[in-house]
Design a protein around this ligand. Structure first.
Ligand code: NAI
Length: 244
């Protein structure tokens, strides 16, 4: 499939995991793709790596400007950069609440604000936000992370309504537990990594973790012309967690 031929895309947090898988897939399907990340050094050709911290407005503005100068426009924005946090509502101090919201919610806002003028110039503009199944299902010990992703889901719908008249579609994907370096780190930190992995697998009715490619394929669909009538919605890629 070459359905992104002539298109340009920017993927935040594309130096690893779901973001990198998505950037690679969009490039395979013909797009010129830039990856914005804290550490874009390992990003393979032909992806264009730009260093930025989504919590720093100046660094986001200059990174997006660099991408626009290089590509001459932007058709697709994938807001994927995100971090996790475990704990109940009282377990995390307010500084931790601000830190996670600053990346997962305000980071998305900063990048979107910088990219919107260019997206308005596209005749096939799409934003895909990487949300999480915790936005729609209560999981234990994930209060702060869930709140951050719940905000991303609401914002996705609000943005879809605000920008539909400008021809910009906005959707999000809600992954279950995905086999990424993030989950690798979580397992390594567990007392019993084998038992932790088994518990994560058992939580999903399919009995296994979601693959990065499965999420990337869904993001690519939502960003593609095949989804031209799809806006303001969320697609779960969660092994049946929310539906069964
Ligand atoms: P990952 O940790 O493998 O990759 C995240 C990337 O984001 C890294 O390259 C990191 O450098 C970058 N990043 C983090 N903070 C940043 C910042 N301030 N500025 C710029 N870049 C930054 O994580 P993974 O698993 O690929 O997660 C990606 C997204 O998917 C996140 O938004 C996460 O919440 C979401 N997600 C992940 C799930 C999972 O099970 N792995 C499940 C549901 C959602």
């Amino acid at each position: 499939m070459n359905d992104f031929a002539g298109r340009t895309a920017l993927v935040t947090g594309g130096g690893s995991g779901i973001g990198l898988a998505t950037a690679r897939l969009l490039a395979e399907r013909g797009a010129r793709v830039a990856v914005l990340d804290l550490d874009p050094t390992g990003v393979p050709e032909p992806l264009v790596g730009v260093r930025a911290d989504v919590t720093d407005e100046a660094s986001v503005t200059s990174a997006v400007a660099e991408v626009l100068e290089r590509f001459g426009g932007l058709d697709v924005l994938v807001n994927n950069a995100g971090i996790g946090a475990a704990g109940t509502v009282e377990a995390n101090g307010l500084d931790e609440w601000w830190r996670v919201l600053d990346v997962n919610l305000l980071g998305l806002v900063r990048v979107t604000r910088a990219a919107l003028p260019a997206l308005r110039g596209s005749d096939a503009a799409a934003i895909v936000n990487v949300c999480s199944i915790v936005a729609t299902a209560g999981l234990p010990d994930r209060a702060l992370y869930s709140a951050s992703k719940g905000a991303v889901l609401s914002l996705t719908r609000a943005m879809a309504v605000d920008h539909v008249g400008e021809g910009i579609r906005v959707n999000c994907v809600n992954p279950g537990t995905v086999d990424t370096p993030w989950i690798g780190r979580l397992l390594r930190a567990a007392d019993d990594p084998g038992a932790e992995l088994a518990a994560l697998q058992a939580r999903q009715p399919t009995g296994r973790l979601v693959t990065m490619d499965e999420v990337a394929q869904t993001i690519a669909y939502l960003a593609s012309p095949h989804a031209a009538s799809v806006t303001g919605t969320d697609v779960a890629v969660d092994g049946g967690m929310s539906g069964l």
